[in-house]
Design a protein around this ligand. Structure first.
Ligand code: NAD
Length: 423
């Protein structure tokens, strides 16, 4: 389907393109001419990142930074450290950021980056060297007014601190606004670490209320118990739901009466994964998809919900904490069965929203309280959910298509009004 030479025919970029194709019929005639602007990244940089390992040897890693669209403002998007990172994936993730920032109406475009590396295989010093060299290699295209990275899978606030320090060193003064998700004492924002999981919970509660699904005693399944999955699980548990099954890279654990989420958080922090947690039975990974559940939260990697898995799923609501977890054919299956999917571009937008707050606070050198952050976050997320829900009712389409209608209209209008240089 793609006309780009450098993409993988079965990769997440194809999923993204299919999503854009679905929105095209709903766009106003005056914007349809501009839709191809969304079907290619504006800029894609591939860099070689050589570092000296602790044993004195030299290793080379492959890094990427893709700026998908900058029509509405500087690029915004995370940096992923994972052994499977590739250009196709980073392109798709950058495009989803374009849609996401527009859905929540943040003044940003979409970008993403990554390095093909298993960060767990490196020492802390090696990780620091890798991060600093990568920052230096991409430093000519990032900046507080150009493109602002943030954490994603395999990266964390410490790594963001190294990026900020390396970039600042090259300019000769401290530039906190070049990256978000930093430690709080380095210009980070209160509430950032928990923001994505919180957004998943807030959008989940909103949609459950609309379809009359009580949260109390609802059965929740979570794939991925990292930053996003564990906070969302914690908040659902606190609201009276039962987290019955959790899967991560170590395996799948299940308790029909509900897992003790707080204890599981402590266990995972100590042991690095869910397997081995007491008071739970171990399931085969594939059985995760057929557990009796009301709410499913995919919060691990993209391309997880295939048509085959979608057919087995009993969930009434799917909250996409992860980016791009659902294949378009699975989306169609859910739509046929009336399963509500809260799409990634709104469901996990809590992180980028508080990243925006962090950037604003860095620019103003004036910092807000956690209560202020959470209040503003909830307000923006609920406003966006209202707009999406209303559009889905008016257009008789899924929440995903409704979110894309809203976002593509904003992006393409900006593109059109800016004009095509040189005219
Ligand atoms: P993380 O690294 O903190 O956690 C990832 C989790 O996924 C871990 O529990 C890991 O064990 C699990 N996992 C990895 N491979 C798996 C596999 N094959 N099967 C099952 N589980 C597996 O990452 P995170 O920050 O929580 O991000 C999770 C997802 O949410 C990603 O898709 C990311 O792009 C998306 N996201 C994150 C943020 C954020 O602010 N962190 C914001 C928006 C979207």
């Amino acid at each position: 389907m793609s006309n780009l030479s450098y993409i993988n025919e079965n990769g997440p970029w194809q999923t993204y393109l299919a999503q854009v194709e679905r929105v095209a019929p709903y766009l106003s005639e005056s914007l349809k001419d501009y839709i191809d602007t969304l079907k290619r990244p504006k800029r894609a940089l591939i860099v070689d990142v050589p570092i000296i390992m602790d044993d004195g040897s030299i290793r080379h890693f492959e890094g990427y930074r893709v700026q998908h669209n900058l029509s509405r403002g500087p690029g915004k998007g995370g940096i992923r450290y994972h052994p499977d990172v590739n250009l196709d994936e980073v392109m798709a993730l950058s495009a989803w950021m374009t849609i996401k920032t527009a859905v929540v109406n943040l003044p940003f475009g979409g970008a993403k980056g990554g390095i093909r590396v298993d960060p767990r295989s490196l020492s802390s010093r090696e990780l620091e060297r890798l991060t600093r060299r990568f920052t230096s290699e991409i430093s000519h295209i990032i900046g507080p007014q150009q493109d602002i990275p943030a954490p994603d899978i395999g990266t964390n606030p410490n790594i963001m601190g190294w990026i900020m320090d390396t970039y600042s060193s090259s300019k000769g003064y401290t530039i906190t606004g070049v990256v978000t998700g930093k430690p709080v004492h380095l210009g980070g924002s209160l509430g950032r670490i928990r923001a994505t999981g919180r957004g998943v919970f807030v959008t989940g509660v909103d949609v459950a209320r609309r379809i009359g699904l009580p949260i109390e005693n609802s059965r929740v399944a979570i794939q991925g118990f990292g930053n996003v999955g564990n906070e969302a699980g914690f908040l659902f548990d606190k609201a009276g739901a039962k987290v019955v099954v959790v899967q991560d890279h170590t395996g799948t654990i299940y308790n029909s009466k509900g897992l003790d989420v707080k204890a599981l958080q402590i266990y995972v922090a100590e042991h690095g994964g869910v397997v081995g947690f007491e008071d739970a039975e171990i399931l085969d990974n594939e059985d995760f998809w057929q557990v009796d559940m009301d709410i499913l939260i995919p919060a691990a990697l993209e391309s997880q919900i295939t048509l085959e898995r979608a057919k087995k799923l009993k969930a009434k609501v799917i909250l996409e904490g992860a980016n791009g977890p659902t294949y378009p054919e699975a989306d169609d299956e859910f739509s046929r069965r009336g399963v509500i999917v809260v799409p990634d571009v709104i469901c996990n937008a809590g992180g980028v929203t508080v990243s925006y707050f962090e950037w604003v606070q860095d620019m103003a050198s004036y910092f807000w309280s956690e209560d202020e952050i959470n209040e503003r976050l909830d307000k923006l997320m609920i406003q966006a959910m209202n707009d999406i829900w209303q559009s889905s009712q008016e257009n008789q389409c899924t929440l995903r298509t409704a979110a894309y209608i809203l976002a593509c209209d904003r992006i393409l209008r900006a593109r059109k009004e800016r004009g095509i240089f040189p005219g």
